[in-house]
Ligand binder design. Structure first.
Ligand code: TXA
Ligand code: MG
Length: 341
């Protein structure tokens, strides 16, 4: 049986999907829900048995902690033992939105959510359905991206259905994700705070907020233990990858591009090329798609484009090298990991 995504584009459909999602979450089940970054695989964050199902469904390694989603600051503060001024200011500036704050976790959050670690990642997502579900449940939702471990994150309900449709009781279709890549993860338990995963909130924006508060070293009792352990598996070199091999490539004129593609090796017959804003004329047989040259619009479309390449049976995806500018850094980060061997 394949679960068909439930639409929510009328008030009646929204309400019906809400009832279904809340009933399942209260019963300790796992459901796929839309957020503004990527689709999430959600369960009651306070229910260890429910969270265990997320790990099983995704094939996620037990050492990878899961982000906890809230829909107001009060619930966020219940998940942590300490809410520093930096968290308050960042939340005021960027929540609801694509920012995850790592803080010392409270006893409300089971070991399984944090992979046994002393910290928890908290985010208030900016999607009306996700927010309504969290408020109706009254408990926070643990939710990783709704893909199998190491596969590409889903930015549409149909991406979720293709990977997990046969094992999920509910997939809610909230439309294409508005941001398109995963949230910025900021660790506020280190001094100074550090970014564990760059996202679409410009670095200078959260830096400016941090610069406006007095940062205190965390209390010894709150300090994350032994930083030799793997702090954030999102930092793994190979991650966020399509099935096809992926390469980033810079070229001069169309002739140069044709030569470089021709030397791409035995996979040269199934190459998909993703460029920005310019359509090259090629003499080799390559499927070309053109994405926007603006990083925010590019982010919204890149994962869907990579999903399409996989579905079309691409063996090699060649992505035009990105500009070396701050606004492109989170995209560079994802594509570098996708390209890693
Ligand atoms: O945009 C997002 O963050 C999406 C949507 C669904 O909210 N979620 C998401 O979750 O991308 P996931 O599990 O695919 O990635 C979470 C990342 C991982 O790299 C994980 O290691 C890191 O956040 N993370 C979560 N909790 C952490 C913690 N306590 N300490 C350090 N890293 C943490
Ligand atoms: Mg993920």
């Amino acid at each position: 049986m394949m679960t068909a995504p439930l639409p929510i584009h009328t008030p009646e459909l929204f309400a019906a999907a809400m009832t279904r999602a809340v009933d399942l979450l209260r019963a300790g089940e796992v459901v796929a829900l839309p957020t503004e970054t990527v689709y999430g695989l959600a369960a009651n964050a306070c229910n260890a048995e429910a969270v265990a199902k997320i790990y099983t469904l995704k094939g996620r390694p037990a050492h990878n902690p899961i982000i906890v989603h809230v829909a107001d600051e009060t619930l966020a503060r219940q998940c942590v033992t300490h809410w520093p001024e930096s968290a308050a200011q960042l939340a005021r500036s960027f929540w609801p939105g694509p920012l995850t704050l790592v803080l010392p976790r409270s006893p409300l959050i089971p070991d399984l959510v944090t992979a046994g670690g002393p910290t928890v990642g908290i985010r208030w997502p900016n999607h009306p359905f996700m927010q309504a579900v969290i408020r109706a449940c009254g408990f926070p939702l643990a939710a990783p991206s709704a893909n199998l471990a190491n596969a590409l994150s889903p930015t549409t309900a149909s991406h979720v259905q293709k990977q997990l449709g046969s094992v999920l009781p509910l997939i809610v279709d909230g439309g294409p994700a508005q941001v398109g890549i995963e949230s910025t993860v900021l660790d506020l338990t280190t001094h100074p705070p550090r970014v564990l995963r760059p996202g679409m909130i410009p670095e200078e924006s959260w830096q400016a907020v941090l610069a406006s508060v007095t940062l205190r070293p965390p209390a010894a009792s709150d300090q994350a233990v032994a930083s030799t352990e793997l702090r954030s598996p999102g930092l793994l070199r190979k991650h966020y990858a399509p099935r096809a091999k992926l390469r980033l490539l810079a070229w001069g004129d169309d002739g140069d591009l044709t030569r470089q593609l021709a030397s791409a090796g035995p996979t040269a017959s199934r190459i998909h090329l993703i460029t920005r804003a310019r359509t090259p004329r090629l003499t080799t047989n390559v499927v070309v798609s053109v994405l926007p040259s603006d990083p925010v619009a590019f982010a919204r479309e890149i994962y869907a484009e990579l999903h399409r390449c996989d579905e079309a049976g691409a063996q090699l995806i060649v992505v035009e090298a990105l500009p070396d500018l701050p606004a492109w850094r989170p995209l560079q980060d994802r594509l570098n990991r996708a390209a890693a061997d």
